[in-house]
Design a binder for this molecule. Structure first.
Ligand SMILES: *Cc1c(COP(=O)(O)O)cnc(C)c1O
Length: 230
């Protein structure tokens, strides 16, 4: 399956119009599919697996903006820290501290999103409201201890369901939380990214105020192995 040019152009036009960033999720897809998208001037790509990302990054142009959207283990931060554009799935203080440590070593401020658990399913990663607040408090109280990370916003995944109303209410509550934080907090952090919406639910997500959507199968065709493992 090749990169699907027509769906891409339609979706990209819609995103530009709404000022939404389109991240093309290329996990499990071959290099040549990414090259096809790159040839259309696409630069934002999302990957879930560290090993796969490293292999692709080494073979592709250096102006690609790589988004790490999977569950990130602390011991693997060091491999992607030198080049990653945005880490979407920060789901613990320990992980944020490790990213800080690697950023400091590299003299590089690494952009992160805090992942909020909004779905009903137990299987999805993410922080609950209280855990999120604890991290924000820490960063707020000890800016020097987090000077090599920048909290750019929130990321969330809705429940895997056909119930549109439920998806909408999950996205709406995340959006409200995002705006509450945005208005209150974190001097020195450009807190402006709300990453929500995938192939099946990006339209609802954009309606609810998403500023970045992560779209895979709609652009690259169906994948042959699971979407949400580490
Ligand atoms: C795989 C994945 C996507 C893209 O999923 P599609 O349904 O193929 O668009 C988006 N976000 C995350 C976190 C993913 O793991």
């Amino acid at each position: 399956m090749a990169f699907l040019t027509e769906p891409y152009q339609l979706l990209q036009a819609e995103c530009r119009q709404r000022n939404v960033t389109l991240v093309a999720v290329s996990k499990t897809k071959p290099i040549r599919d990414i090259e096809e998208a790159y040839a259309l001037d696409h630069r934002d790509f999302g990957e879930n697996y560290v090993q796969e990302l490293l292999e692709k990054q080494a073979q592709l142009p250096s102006d690609i903006r790589w988004h790490f959207i999977g569950h990130l283990q602390k011991n693997k931060v060091k491999y992607i820290a030198p080049f990653v554009h945005l880490i979407h799935g920060v789901d613990s203080l320990g992980l944020l501290q490790e990213i800080q440590k690697q950023g400091l070593k590299l003299q590089r401020r690494i952009d992160c999103l805090l992942q909020r658990h909004i779905a009903k399913e137990e299987t999805k990663f993410g922080l609950d409201e209280q855990e999120l607040q604890q991290i924000l408090d820490q960063v707020h109280q000890q800016p020097n201890a987090f000077a090599s990370v920048q909290i750019r916003g929130l990321m969330g995944m809705a429940s895997f369901t056909h119930n549109q109303q439920r998806i909408r209410s999950e996205f709406e509550s995340l959006s409200q939380e995002f705006h509450k934080i945005q208005s209150g907090l974190l001097p020195g952090h450009d807190f402006s990214i709300l990453s929500m919406g995938m192939s099946a639910d990006y339209a609802v997500a954009m309606d609810c105020g998403s500023t970045l959507i992560r779209v895979g199968s709609k652009l690259f065709g169906e994948r042959s192995y699971p979407a949400h493992s580490s």
